[in-house]
Design a protein around this ligand. Structure first.
Ligand SMILES: Nc1ncnc2c1ncn2[C@@H]1O[C@H](COP(=O)(O)OP(=O)(O)OP(=O)(O)O)[C@@H](O)[C@H]1O
Length: 208
């Protein structure tokens, strides 16, 4: 369970970004929607422990992130949180399979070939397994980004603008895929977006 309370964040010389309290229960899907610049990515970074909580709290399964060391937060995130970013974080000189293998190896040294194949199959990446990331199309890179966020079966999935730059058909496909993977892994799913098309896919919404 992810719970935030009285959370706000101030970048240097800027006005404070103030967030409503979020409560994401296990297995639940939630959409956080709001215009560009309102602080969606900042909120996601705070919930994932990528930014320190300067004011307010973020608790995951009852543990407040600000009581953990950076190392403990990194380990927790590596094990239990799946992050799907707007910008991809690949090792471009490695192929698809090795990128997935590398992600599996942190923080627990897992080498689960079956999981890699099954996930790649569902994401339509099997035929590109041996290709270097540089040789993938934009859409294939996006699906690899999703695969990297899900390969370790995280109990919480955070996705930042997963449908930006997609046409309507691919937008629906990506949302369906995230929901399906969340169901398979029994994960909570929180998507942040300014994409109004995504609204109709989620009952549970928080507006920033
Ligand atoms: N590293 C930073 N240093 C200073 N200001 C920042 C930094 N990152 C973000 N901001 C500012 O904080 C505000 C919120 O940014 P954030 O990226 O969280 O918004 P967002 O809602 O995710 O925007 P978008 O939809 O355009 O991605 C913006 O005004 C942005 O300029």
């Amino acid at each position: 369970m992810v719970e935030t309370s009285n959370l706000s964040y101030t970048y240097d010389n800027s006005e404070a970004l103030v967030f409503p309290d979020i409560s994401l229960i296990p297995g639940e899907h939630m959409l956080v929607i709001g215009p560009s610049g309102v602080g969606k990515t900042t909120l996601l970074y705070l919930m994932a422990g990528l930014l320190p909580t300067l004011k307010g709290t973020v608790a995951i399964d009852g543990t407040e992130l600000n009581t953990l060391s950076r190392k403990e937060i990194d380990k927790f995130r590596g094990e239990h949180i799946g992050l799907i970013f707007q910008q991809y974080h690949f090792i471009k000189s490695l192929n698809v399979s090795d990128n997935l293998r590398l992600r599996q190896s942190f923080p627990k040294n897992i080498n689960d070939t079956k999981r890699r194949y099954e996930l790649a199959e569902r994401l339509g990446l099997t035929q590109h397994f041996e290709k270097k990331v540089n040789a993938l199309s934009h859409g294939q890179q996006q699906r690899l980004g999703i695969a990297l966020g899900l390969i370790h079966k995280p109990k919480i999935i955070f996705a930042d603008e997963p449908t930006s730059n997609l046409d309507d058909s691919n937008c629906t496909k990506v949302i369906d895929l995230l929901k399906e993977e969340a169901k398979i892994c029994k994960s909570s799913l929180l998507i942040i977006t300014h994409d109004q098309r995504v609204k109709s896919h989620f009952k549970n919404q928080v507006v920033l």
